[in-house]
Design a protein around this ligand. Structure first.
Ligand code: GLP
Length: 267
């Protein structure tokens, strides 16, 4: 796992976006895994800037969202389908037909999950999966004790996840109790994993993910099983890591072929 520690939440976005831009400039029709939540917003903001100011073209990019709430009416502003359209598709100029989100409104959720896996296997593998991390160590909506072999399926949201996400809804009761999420096995199938975290609230989960034992109680430890996982965090989210000096030394001495971010580039 490559751990990159930067000073500010905005820089987390710029560094992570640089990795994505490098991919899209190499392959215009790259397959991206999209995440929601507040953590990746800084990435999408930086990519939107590059689209506006530097001619980055995302129109051929294909994308799969990680997860979706179950039971929100179609078009609900906090459904992840709506969030992805608002924050990613429209701002980055993705082609809507190339962007897939799990179906949280299907009558037969099990069949919808299987269909999503099928679509992913036809278009994929995902080249780069963007990830945030929950304060309880979840990725996607894979709550603690999720199987490392899991595929896209329905999950019950943990009470603390519902509480964390209540800020997006008018009241805590409105947060759905269930979701559909790519499984940890699905996520591990992406060629590159790029996880971002900002703020002290994530420090404990980040420390467990990077330096703790691989354990389903912290689903994000699945990243330790992946051969190309990059974790970009700000100082606050990194504050409980113990090998900080090593990560900083490693990043400062990356071989040229591994570098993807130019700190002197445009802001
Ligand atoms: C959400 C999403 C995750 C996200 C996580 C953290 O509920 N399902 O994909 O990474 O929880 O959210 P945030 O980035 O808002 O802290």
């Amino acid at each position: 796992m490559q751990v990159v520690i930067v000073d500010t939440p905005a820089e987390v976005g710029r560094v992570a976006a640089a990795k994505i831009t490098q991919l899209i400039r190499r392959r215009a029709d790259a397959v991206l895994g999209l995440a929601t939540g507040s953590s990746p917003l800084a990435i999408y903001a930086e990519l939107a800037r590059q689209v506006r100011e530097e001619g980055l073209d995302c129109s051929a990019v294909r994308a799969f969202a990680l997860d979706e709430y179950v039971g929100l009416p179609p078009g609900h502003p906090e459904s992840y389908r709506s969030v992805i359209r608002r924050e990613v598709v429209e701002r980055l100029g993705l082609t809507p037909a190339l962007v897939k989100v799990p179906d949280g409104t299907a009558e037969d959720v099990v069949a919808a999950c299987a269909a999503y896996e099928q679509q992913m296997s036809e278009v994929g593998p995902v080249d780069l999966q963007i990830l945030g991390i929950g304060s309880n160590g979840h990725i996607g909506f894979n709550e603690p004790t999720s199987s490392f072999a899991s595929r896209t399926r329905i999950k019950t949201l943990a009470p603390n996840t519902r509480a964390d996400n209540a800020r997006f809804f008018a009241s805590a009761d409105e947060v759905p109790t269930h979701c559909v999420t790519q499984g940890l096995g699905t996520i591990l199938g992406a060629k590159t994993l790029l996880l971002v975290a900002q703020g002290e609230k994530k420090a404990d989960a980040v420390a467990k993910m990077v330096e703790g034992p691989v354990i389903s109680m912290c689903p994000a430890t699945a990243l330790q099983l992946h051969g190309d996982a990059i974790v970009v965090v700000d100082q606050a989210a990194a504050s409980r890591l113990t090998l900080t000096d090593y990560y900083n030394y490693t990043y400062a001495n990356l071989p040229a072929w591994q570098r993807f971010y130019d700190p002197t580039g445009p802001r």
